[in-house]
Write a protein that binds this ligand. Structure first.
Ligand code: MN
Length: 515
C-alpha cells in the first residue's frame, strides 16, 4: 500500500506544515476506514492512498491531496462533516463534501440525458479541484473494476465513458481521459474491443522495435542540428480512440496514420518549428498533414504541432512537437493550470484567463466522438458559431475572462463563485435535468417544465418530502410537482417566483382568470 511518505515525496518543495497535513490526513483516513475492505479483499485504505498518491503525482497542492485521502470518509464511515471541519478546516471540508455530493450523480442507463448529467456533474462539483479528485477517484475504481461484482461493472464502465471521459476531455486532461477510456472499453463494447485488439496485436509486436529504431535516428539528427534539451518518446494509439478512428476508416488499419506517434518535447515555441523542419529532412512529410495547434489551439486548450511522415523503412508516423509546458498541459489540462498558478516567469504560454475563455464555450458541447464527428477536427467547431447551443451565462463568464487577467488564486475563487454558483441543476422524478438560476423555487421549476404544470400546481415534493412552494432549491434536488385541474396561481406567486419566465406566465394566467 502507498505510504504517506511516498505521497509526500511527490510534493513540490513541501513545508513542514504540508508534510504534517498529509500525514495527519493519511492516519485519519486509515483509522476511519479500519476494517473496511475493497471488493478485491484489500484494505479500503489502498484506494484512498492511491487517490492521494495520484493527486500528488499530478502536482496538486497539499489541501487537494489531503481531500483525496479523506474523500470517502463522510460517505462511508462514522466520520461527520463536523469532524472534518474541526480537524482539517473549512477548505478541506468543502472539497471532501463536494466529492461526496458528486456520488449522487448517477448514470441511469439511457443516453438521453448524458449532456445534462455532465452539466450537473460539473456544476455540482463547485470547485474544479473537486472534479479533479473525483476523476482520480474514478480512475482507481476503474483500475480495480475487475474485482467488482459483474452486475455492477457495466453500469460503472458506461458511466465512465458517458460522463467522466467527456468531462476529462473538456478539461483537457488527456492522460486520465485515455486511461479511463481504455479501461472502460472492454466492459462496454467487448466485441469491438476484441476486434481492435486483434488488429493492433498484429502491428504492435513489430511496432515497438521499429519505433525504438526510428527514435534513435531522430534523436541523432536533432542533436546534430544543434537543438538543445529535447526529449523524444513514442506511443501506440489508445484502443478506444483507435476504435473510433477504425469505424471511420472502414476498419482498415493502414488508413490510420496516427497509430504510431513520436513525440518531441522542446524548450521553446521557436524550437518546436525548428524541430518540425528537422523532422521533415529526416522523413518525408505527407502532404497536407501539418497541423499547427500552437497558433490555433484545440477548443480544450490542446497545443502542439502535428505532422505525418513516412520513414525510410516505410512506416507512417505521426510526429507531435510541443514545449514542456504544452506537454504538461496536454496531459493534465486544467489541473496543470492550478499548478502553474504561482509561475511568474515570462513563458510564452497563454494566461489562465485566455485558456479558460477557450475552454468555457466547449465545456458543454456534446462530446464529438459520440456523434461521429472527427476527433481531430474538434477545432473545426471553432468555425461554427459556438454561441448557438451554449447557455448565455457560460458565455458571459467566458467573455469576462477574456478581459480580466485573473491570477491563479483568483481563478480558483472565480470558478467557485461565478462559474458554479449562478446556476443549479435539479432533477425531475424521471431523471430529466432542469437548469435554473440559483435561488429558484419549485414554482420556477414547474414553469420551466411547462406553463400547464405551473398553472396547476397543487403540491410539491423535494427529495420525496412535501415542501412549501417557495422553498429554495439546491443542486441535485429531485423535484416532483403534483398538479390538479382545480389548482390555480395566486398573486402571491409572482413574489415567490425568481425567474422572469415564471413571473410573466403567472401574471398572464392571473389576467386570464380575471376575464
Ligand atoms: Mn473513492
Amino acid at each position: 500500500m502507498t505510504t504517506a511518505k511516498e505521497i509526500i515525496a511527490n510534493l513540490n518543495k513541501p513545508t513542514d506544515a504540508d508534510r504534517r497535513l498529509i500525514e495527519k490526513a493519511y492516519e485519519y483516513a486509515q483509522k476511519a476506514h479500519e476494517g473496511h475492505k475493497r471488493y478485491s479483499g484489500e484494505p479500503y485504505m489502498t484506494h484512498v492512498a492511491a487517490v492521494g498518491f495520484n493527486l500528488a503525482e499530478m502536482g496538486m497542492g497539499p489541501n487537494t491531496i489531503a481531500s483525496g485521502l479523506l474523500h470517502d470518509t463522510i460517505e462511508d464511515t462514522e466520520v461527520t462533516s463536523e469532524d472534518i471541519r474541526r480537524e482539517f478546516g473549512e477548505e478541506i471540508l468543502f472539497l471532501v463534501e463536494g466529492v461526496t455530493k458528486l456520488s449522487s450523480v448517477r448514470y441511469y442507463g439511457t443516453d438521453r440525458h448524458n449532456e445534462s448529467l455532465r452539466k450537473l456533474f460539473v456544476a455540482t462539483s463547485q470547485d474544479i479541484r473537486v472534479l479533479i479528485v473525483k476523476l482520480v477517484d474514478r480512475l482507481h475504481n476503474m483500475q480495480t473494476l475487475k474485482h467488482v461484482p459483474e452486475a455492477k461493472q457495466l453500469r460503472i464502465a458506461t458511466e465512465t465513458l458517458e460522463i467522466y471521459v467527456p468531462v476529462a476531455h473538456r478539461l483537457g486532461m488527456g492522460l486520465i481521459r485515455k486511461e479511463l477510456e481504455d479501461l472502460a472499453f472492454p466492459y462496454v463494447l467487448p466485441e469491438e474491443h476484441k476486434r481492435v485488439c486483434d488488429l493492433l496485436h498484429q502491428r504492435a509486436e513489430k511496432a515497438q522495435g521499429l519505433l525504438e529504431k526510428e527514435r534513435k535516428i531522430l534523436q541523432k539528427k536533432l542533436a546534430d542540428s544543434g537543438l538543445m534539451d529535447f526529449k523524444t518518446s513514442y506511443r501506440v494509439k489508445g484502443l478506444y480512440s483507435l476504435y473510433h478512428k477504425l469505424k471511420r476508416k472502414e476498419w482498415d488499419i493502414d488508413n490510420v496514420y496516427d497509430l504510431l506517434a513520436m513525440r518531441i518535447v522542446v524548450n521553446s515555441v521557436e524550437d518546436c518549428y525548428r524541430a518540425m523542419g528537422i523532422v521533415h529532412t529526416v522523413w518525408r512529410p505527407l502532404p497536407k498533414r501539418v497541423k499547427d495547434y500552437i497558433n490555433l489551439p484545440k477548443p480544450n486548450g490542446y497545443q502542439s504541432i502535428h505532422t505525418t511522415a513516412i520513414t525510410k523503412a516505410g512506416t507512417i508516423l505521426e510526429i507531435q512537437i510541443r514545449t514542456q509546458k504544452m506537454h504538461h498541459e496536454a496531459e493534465y489540462g486544467i489541473a496543470a493550470h492550478l499548478i502553474y498558478k504561482e509561475e511568474t516567469t515570462g513563458t510564452k504560454g497563454r494566461s489562465t484567463a485566455e485558456w479558460f475563455s477557450n475552454l468555457v464555450p466547449t465545456l458543454f458541447r456534446p462530446f464529438a466522438w459520440r456523434d461521429n464527428a472527427k476527433h481531430e477536427d474538434l477545432e473545426a467547431t471553432r468555425n461554427t458559431d459556438p454561441k448557438q447551443k451554449i447557455p448565455n451565462w457560460i458565455h458571459q463568464i467566458g467573455e469576462m475572462y477574456t478581459h480580466e487577467k485573473a491570477s491563479g488564486q483568483e481563478f480558483v475563487d472565480d470558478m467557485r463563485t461565478d462559474f458554479f454558483s449562478n446556476r443549479i441543476f435539479v432533477f425531475t422524478p424521471n431523471g430529466d435535468v432542469v437548469d435554473l438560476p440559483s435561488g429558484a423555487v419549485p414554482i420556477d421549476f414547474a414553469y420551466a417544465i411547462h406553463s400547464e404544470v405551473g398553472n396547476h400546481i397543487a403540491g410539491v415534493k423535494v427529495n420525496n418530502k412535501l415542501v412549501q412552494l417557495d422553498t429554495v432549491l439546491r443542486n441535485g434536488d429531485i423535484v416532483e410537482i403534483e398538479t390538479k385541474k382545480s389548482a390555480h396561481p395566486t398573486p402571491k406567486w409572482v413574489q415567490m417566483a425568481q425567474t422572469s419566465v415564471a413571473k410573466r406566465r403567472i401574471k398572464s394566467a392571473l389576467m386570464e382568470m380575471e376575464h
